[in-house]
Design a protein around this ligand. Structure first.
Ligand code: NDP
Ligand code: GDR
Length: 343
């Protein structure tokens, strides 16, 4: 039976990956940070099947200990300060976790079990300012946030340990992937949560930032399969995982409202843009400059041809199904909240 260690196990991707590895018969270990209130996050429903180890990406001793306890054959490094906007507020913490944390994990593996296979959660944010469309493994990097810069360090140190120590270390350059388990600060979940609340009459409107930003959105459940596939190959390598489709934030809003039978009509532009319910004229979307970023990544679209041909990876959940699943899930959650809180 193979042993896997997942950092960031209680996050969105960690939870889907843990489910996948359990299905495949792995013994799953996950690192958790100590919190004042014990919270298993997205793995609450499978917590009895997971071996939890308290550790932190900034503490190499705790990661070495996690390697000793788990004796992992495969390590999936998903832990990160993953919200781009926060990386301007906490640039040093972001660097310590997302950049140096990767070296901490690689050193822990090198000390305890150098033959273990390693997956690094790299990101399309490393591409940043558009250099090429669509982006591939060969596109030059130009990160646009402290998060993107920190992740670029993590990406290169992974490659460097592969080349320096012959370690089986891979980076997945994953484009945006969302799900019913996405944190509510990310734009997709913020929108689907708001759509559910507006539909059920407990919220008036939603305030958003840059409506023109374009993202290549897939579903997390599909993307964790690619992580596993990368570690099953004969040779370690880096792969872009994406859908090769891109849409604006505005299009995501329209699609989400369509799933509750509301058509949005736009007027104004930039910070004065608003979205109204076409049938009633009521304002449902307002742009608020507070949600704009100091530097923006305007356009992401990834070409997953290498992953298709080498890994045999295909995404199964379309954009429309992704949005539908998220809206449906939020409608159910908000309905429950209304019932229990007597709203
Ligand atoms: P989440 O924010 O949902 O999960 C992040 C996880 O990291 C949480 O479990 C969090 O734990 C943990 N974590 C944060 N800081 C530390 C720390 N110092 N020590 C230990 N654990 C820590 O992210 P996702 O699941 O969406 O993403 C997984 C990874 O993939 C991240 O590295 C992200 O940057 C990267 N990525 C994500 C993409 C996406 O679109 N989702 C695209 C490309 C890359 P806690 O609950 O304690 O905060
Ligand atoms: P991103 O995701 O920065 O791409 O990083 P996010 O959903 O936060 O932003 C996507 C785009 O939407 C614009 N936007 C808003 N964003 C948020 N959060 N809130 C708003 O109100 C809003 N209005 C407009 C943003 O400006 C941006 O252009 C995600 C994370 O999961 C990273 O960890 C991961 O590496 C990348 O995806 C790939």
């Amino acid at each position: 039976m193979k042993h896997a260690l997942i950092t960031g196990i209680n996050g969105q991707d960690g939870s889907y990956l843990a489910e996948l590895l359990l299905e495949k018969g792995y013994e799953v270990y996950g690192i958790m940070r100590r919190k004042s209130v014990v919270d298993y996050g997205n793995v609450e429903h499978i917590k009895d099947k997971i071996h939890f180890i308290y550790a932190d990406m900034t503490d190499v001793v705790s990661l070495t200990n996690a390697m000793k306890i788990s004796q992992a054959d495969e390590v999936y490094n998903l832990a990160a300060q993953s919200f781009v906007a926060t990386s301007w507020e906490q640039p040093l913490a972001t660097a310590q976790i997302d950049a140096l944390g990767v070296t901490n994990m690689l050193e822990a593996i090198r000390i305890v079990k150098p033959e273990a296979r390693f997956y690094q959660a790299s990101t399309s944010e490393m591409f940043g300012l558009v250099q090429e469309i669509p982006q591939t493994e060969k596109t030059p990097f130009y990160p646009r946030s402290p998060y993107g810069v920190a992740k670029l360090y993590g990406h290169w140190i992974t490659k460097n340990y592969r080349e320096s120590y012959n370690m089986f270390a891979c980076s997945g350059i994953l484009f945006n992937h969302e799900s019913e388990r996405r944190g509510k600060e990310f734009v997709t979940r913020k929108i689907t949560d708001a759509v559910a609340r507006i539909k059920l009459g407990v919220q008036d409107h939603v305030e958003l930032g840059n409506m023109d930003a374009k993202r290549d959105w897939g579903h997390s459940k599909d993307y964790v399969k690619a992580m596993w596939l990368m570690l099953q190959q004969d040779k370690p390598d880096d792969y872009v995982i994406a859908t090769n489709e891109t849409r604006t934030v505005r299009e995501f809003v329209e699609t989400a409202f369509k799933h509750v039978d509301i058509e949005i009509e736009w007027s104004g532009s930039g910070v004065d843009e608003i979205g109204k319910n076409k049938a009633t004229g009521k304002t449902l979307v307002k742009v608020n400059p507070a949600f704009f970023r100091p530097a923006e990544v305007e356009l992401l679209i990834g070409n997953p041809a290498k992953a298709d041909s080498t890994l045999g990876w295909v995404r199964e959940i379309s954009f429309s199904e992704l949005v539908e699943r998220m809206v449906k899930n939020d409608l159910e959650l908000v309905e429950k909240e209304i019932k229990y809180n007597n709203l």
